[in-house]
Design a protein around this ligand. Structure first.
Ligand code: SF4
Ligand code: SF4
Length: 299
């Protein structure tokens, strides 16, 4: 059995990637299953998805704890999550990154493949949805499925859902990533630490204290806890407001899901605290006078 664990962020399409990989494997006469791990996801939050592939029927229903391959759709996750946890010693890591594999430090040396899937997705799909590009890297790095079989699954799945043209564009993203994937070995220098959890588990919350501010091993909980949970690392884009065009209608302030647009009453102005901006682009979409442009936060 070959087991794959996907690490992504809400909105990057990790779940669709897991399903598409399973379908490509089935098209090559394998058995396969794919399923997500549901938490309190929101756009930009870390998410998990899994695919199992085997020549025999698959009965296992658990999450994948000892994968043969780990796929990372966003390299900012490497700073906060031990993505190689449980990875088999001869396992493979595939990362959406502009770095070469040999420049990536995972704390342990693993066979590693990298591709700049974000740039490919932006060029081909005009959106930072990296799921199909990273699957192209998977086909190249593992050889477990052919790129032709993957392209046909992508056209079927994405074409069926988003239209024929979208299917073809996504297949092209996979092909381009396949051609650009670099294979090497990660470095194993940094000391792996268990990081602060993103949110406290239910055991961390004082009984009846959901609304009480408190300090736990997982960090602050309750009102004000977001102070510790900066989301700037999630952002591929960040908003830039054109003050000349802005009419101060405050729609962006109202709709920002992170509450990171701040009203400066005495100056009649707005300010964005980029520490808490996840780059979702909702403010730009809502602005009625097109005063907000989204620009690349990182490549
Ligand atoms: S992109 Fe805009 S709406 Fe989204 S978090 Fe940043 S400021 Fe808020
Ligand atoms: S939505 Fe646009 S016009 Fe309105 S306050 Fe925000 S930037 Fe200004």
């Amino acid at each position: 059995m070959f087991e794959v664990r996907f690490h992504g962020r809400g909105g990057q399409g990790a779940v669709m990637a897991a399903q598409t990989l399973a379908e490509a494997a089935v098209n090559e006469d394998n058995y396969a299953v794919a399923f997500p791990f549901f938490g309190a996801e929101r756009r930009g939050a870390p998410v998990l998805a899994f695919t199992r592939i085997d020549a025999k029927k698959i009965y296992s229903k658990t999450q994948v704890y000892a994968p043969d391959c780990v796929i990372v759709l966003d390299d900012s996750l490497l700073d906060t999550i031990d993505v190689v946890s449980g990875l088999k010693p001869d396992g493979m890591v595939i990362i959406n990154s502009k770095e070469d594999p040999d420049d990536i430090d995972l704390g342990i040396s693993f066979r590693t493949a990298t591709v700049n899937a974000t740039s490919i997705a932006l060029e081909i799909l005009k959106a930072p949805i990296t799921n199909t590009a990273i699957l192209g890297a998977f086909a190249k790095a593992t050889g477990l499925i052919t790129i032709e079989s993957l392209e046909s699954s992508i056209k079927e799945k994405f074409g069926g859902k988003l239209g024929e043209r979208a299917g073809e564009r996504n297949a092209l993203a996979a092909r381009m990533a396949y051609e650009k994937t670099i294979i090497g070995t990660s470095r194993g220098i940094k000391k792996l630490e268990s990081k602060k959890q993103w949110l406290p588990a239910y055991q961390d919350i004082p009984i009846g204290g959901a609304l009480i501010e408190g300090k736990t091993q997982a960090g602050l909980i309750g009102p004000g806890s977001f102070i510790e949970n900066k989301v700037s690392g999630w952002a591929t884009f960040r908003p830039l407001r054109n003050k000349e065009k802005c009419t101060m209608c405050l729609l962006c302030w109202f709709y920002c899901p992170e509450g990171t647009i701040i009203r400066i009453s005495d100056r009649g102005d707005l300010m964005t605290n980029y520490d808490y901006c996840k780059g979702c682009g909702i403010c730009a979409n809502e602005c009625p006078v097109d005063a907000i442009k989204m620009t690349r936060a990182r490549s």
